[in-house]
Unconditional design. Structure first.
Length: 283
């Protein structure tokens, strides 16, 4: 841990379509969908720590048991691995026998139980097939909400017992009260990106991607396709917009040892390898 008051070293790492980051054991991890791999940044160095052909990972989260959850967006499965990235569980269906098609983003609570989204099709005329799922400590998978137009980022505010989810193609963030692990109340609109005075992005599929609640309760929203992060109060009021260099900003992680919010994103999304960066959010 750095000394109090001393600045953290700059964070600006090249990556190919980085998404779904997490911090564990003082190291930063992120996924790279086009490369089917997980990267780890520790002590100023980045290395590949896991790779599986056909996975197309979009999120990695610590499972509170010394291992990780990995979402295979292209491989249509959710993996739980140990600390050496050996597979412990491969989840491909929920408890009702429905396929886990295109898992997208995830959040693991302090016990390691997982909330994740199935996105649906990324097209403005696609049906509303997005859903939210929950995985308990016995690796049982249940659907807890559905009917979303591209369910994207998901984040649990454990302090306030709120579950946030990005309904990307509706350009809004929804919220539900958490009654118990895996049990939520009705989803309601928390923040509508169309209702802000900000300039509408030219990219037609721009919308909210990853989410993060900071220590004040403010919600950070990665506006994919717009190259900006929106910071919204716990009451749903826009506080500020922060520009980032990656147009297709995807997600966040809080790196406590550095007291930094990490931001991932790509400069383009239409052809491999979709170069991007992993940076600290500008203040």
């Amino acid at each position: 841990m750095r000394a109090a008051g001393s600045p953290a070293a700059p964070l600006d790492e090249p990556a190919d379509y980085p998404e779904g980051p997490t911090v564990a054991g003082g190291a930063l991890y992120w996924t790279e969908m086009p490369n089917d791999r997980v990267q780890r940044h520790r002590d100023g160095r980045t290395a590949t720590v896991w790779q599986e052909a056909g996975c197309g990972p979009t999120s990695i989260k610590a499972d509170a048991r010394g291992g990780f959850w990995i979402l295979c967006h292209l491989g249509n499965r959710v993996l739980r691995v140990d600390g050496n990235f050996k597979a412990l569980a491969r989840l491909e269906q929920d408890g009702a026998g429905r396929a886990l098609s295109s898992p997208n983003d995830a959040f693991a609570d302090r016990r390691g139980q997982l909330y994740f989204t199935l996105s649906g099709i990324f097209h403005l005329q696609a049906p509303a097939e997005g859903a939210i799922y929950f995985v308990d400590l016995q690796d049982r998978v249940q659907r807890i909400a559905d009917g979303l137009r591209y369910a994207n980022g998901v984040h649990l505010d454990e302090k306030r017992a709120r579950l946030y989810v990005s309904e990307h193609l509706q350009r809004r963030v929804l919220v539900a009260e958490l009654a118990a692990p895996g049990k939520i109340g009705p989803l309601r609109v928390f923040f509508d990106l169309n209702a802000t005075p900000l300039l509408r992005p030219q990219y037609p599929n721009a919308g909210p991607d990853g989410l993060l609640v900071d220590r004040t309760g403010a919600l950070h929203i990665a506006e994919y396709g717009a190259g900006r992060v929106l910071v919204v109060s716990a009451q749903g009021q826009l506080q500020r917009s922060v520009a980032v260099p990656m147009q297709f900003v995807t997600n966040f992680a809080y790196w406590a040892e550095r007291d930094q919010i990490v931001v991932t994103g790509a400069f383009r999304n239409d052809s491999a390898p979709m170069r991007g960066r992993v940076i600290a959010l500008p203040h």
